[in-house]
Design a protein. Structure first.
Length: 421
């Protein structure tokens, strides 16, 4: 039913583990409770989660690396009634009435304080049904889950979708690209669910002539240089787009442009702008309207295109600049990574700035001249900063807001030097 590392757990074992865990945490007596679960054993975590789902209760998955004190704070903040940690230790937290059973999550917090998101199991089942019916390419592939199963990407789209297809999800949960390459070689028609940063590392480490059979990317846009590297080493490259409130929204079954998210899943309706005027992407799930704070538009063929975050848009003298458009141009030969961010200006209000890394000597002035030739005047970076390495997070994401603040404080270069050391 599931495989964790090299160990296989059949359905009977998982059900036995789930029943034991359910009894230990008091699920059979109080199925209306909400449980925050922070377990280091992926099999034990999934067995309990499936039991909670079967009972119709609520669960907040917490990443296993989270210290107990931090897990407790999060569980209390989100109104959970019981905290479950290793060895099925239980702590009663009080908490509020969770309402209908389902999956509890938090927003990323990139635009403010994280908030609680509650999705019913019925809503998640609709998402899974829509995902499986629409995205048929992986039916004969073996899913390798090399991303956190406490996040909806790994849990729903990786594990639960695989179980719905009758497949055995292989849960690897490792940050070692060499180990993942070895597992790819051992697996028949593998489909690797991972982060952009890990896919990029694997693609660079693969020997000449060796290919990744299939890979899924999600969570952040692939920089063009990363996309070119991964695309050249991957036979089937997929991308999905989603948000905490709605789950997976769209899937691209053949990724060639990083902003192309593919066709929206049929269980929801998507509103966006057009090529001339991108607008906020608004999702309609049942009778709910979800504002994503993402800018995008829909192509004539129905493909949803992600342009950027609303709060990342730079207003230069009344003209909007979308960072991704500038980053696409900044990716001149030799540039390995780049991020465009907002710089305050006394005359224009805001200006464009860019931090970049390069594989050989590219002077900031040369990069700016390249931009002058290839961008409108209001899009040209006012300042270009070369760094040995951009300070990316483990999942490959960059916080433009953090980059801008570090630059304004004169600490961006220092942080990048520490990261590269």
């Amino acid at each position: 039913m599931i495989q964790v590392g090299d160990r296989f757990y059949d359905q009977a074992i998982v059900q036995t583990m789930g029943a034991r865990a359910a009894e230990a945490v008091g699920l059979s007596d109080r199925p209306e409770l909400s449980f925050a679960v922070c377990l280091s054993d992926p099999a034990e975590f999934l067995a309990l989660l499936l039991a909670i789902r079967e009972a119709g209760a609520s669960v907040l998955p917490i990443h296993p690396s989270t210290p107990r004190a931090a897990a407790r704070r999060l569980a209390i903040d989100l109104g959970c009634q019981r905290l479950v940690t290793d060895e099925l230790a239980i702590e009663d937290l009080g908490g509020e009435d969770p309402g209908p059973g389902g999956l509890l999550q938090t927003t990323s917090g990139t635009t403010g304080e994280p908030k609680r998101i509650a999705r019913s199991w019925a809503e998640i089942d609709r998402e899974i049904d829509s995902y499986v019916a629409t995205f048929v390419a992986p039916q004969d592939m073996t899913p390798l889950i090399a991303c956190p199963i406490t996040h909806s990407y790994g849990l729903i789209c990786g594990v639960l979708v695989a179980l719905r297809r009758g497949q055995v999800p292989h849960i690897l949960g490792t940050a070692n690209p060499k180990y993942l390459i070895a597992r790819l070689r051992q697996t028949r028609q593998p489909l690797l669910y991972s982060s952009p940063a890990m896919l990029h590392a694997i693609a660079r480490l693969l020997p000449a002539g060796e290919m990744i059979h299939a890979a899924m990317t999600s969570g952040t846009l692939l920089p063009d240089q990363w996309l070119m590297t991964i695309r050249a080493r991957t036979t089937h490259l997929f991308q999905q787009y989603g948000c905490s409130e709605a789950g997976c929204v769209a899937i691209n079954p053949n990724l060639s442009a990083s902003g192309d998210m593919g066709a929206p899943l049929p269980h929801l309706r998507v509103e966006a702008g057009d090529t001339d005027q991108p607008r906020e992407i608004v999702l309609h799930v049942g009778d709910r309207a979800i504002r994503t704070a993402d800018l995008g538009y829909t192509k004539a063929d129905g493909t949803l295109v992600f342009v950027g975050r609303l709060d990342d848009t730079i207003n230069v003298s009344g003209l909007n600049v979308y960072p991704k458009e500038v980053e696409d141009v900044v990716a001149m030969p030799g540039v390995t990574d780049a991020v465009v961010f907002r710089q305050l200006d006394s005359l224009a209000g805001e200006r464009v700035a860019v931090a970049f890394s390069a594989e050989h000597s590219i002077a900031p002035a040369d990069l700016r001249n390249w931009c002058i030739k290839n961008l409108a005047a209001h899009q040209v970076p006012m300042e270009t900063v070369r760094l040995p390495r951009l300070p990316r997070q483990a999942n490959g994401k960059i916080s433009r807001r953090e980059i801008a603040a570090l630059h304004a404080e004169g600490r961006l270069e220092l942080l990048a030097e520490e990261t590269a050391a």
